[in-house]
Design a protein around this ligand. Structure first.
Ligand SMILES: [Zn+2]
Length: 85
């Protein structure tokens, strides 16, 4: 094992490149924020990391805000603002 390379979108360890296969489309491009966000919310719920949809959305947003691919992304900031009420 050499130095860990991690997906810049989800943090999963990867062999090389910037993103894992879960975060890219068939052409190897990073998926949209909306698509990634929805998939991670579903993942959090399936894994019982979050109890409710609303909690999963907050947890995923907090996690994505730490990832290089998303932390400066305008869609992430918009999603956070929309949930601050
Ligand atoms: Zn990934």
């Amino acid at each position: 094992m050499n130095a860990q390379t991690r997906c810049q979108s989800c943090g999963m360890p990867i062999e090389d490149g910037s993103y894992c296969q879960h975060c890219t489309d068939a052409d190897g491009n990073l998926q949209s924020f909306d698509e990634r966000f929805e998939r991670m919310v579903q993942f959090y719920l399936a894994q019982k990391r979050s109890d409710t949809r609303a909690q999963a959305e907050r947890d995923v947003l907090a996690y994505m805000a730490t990832m290089p691919a998303w932390r400066d992304h305008p869609d992430l900031h918009a999603a956070q603002l929309a949930r601050q009420e």
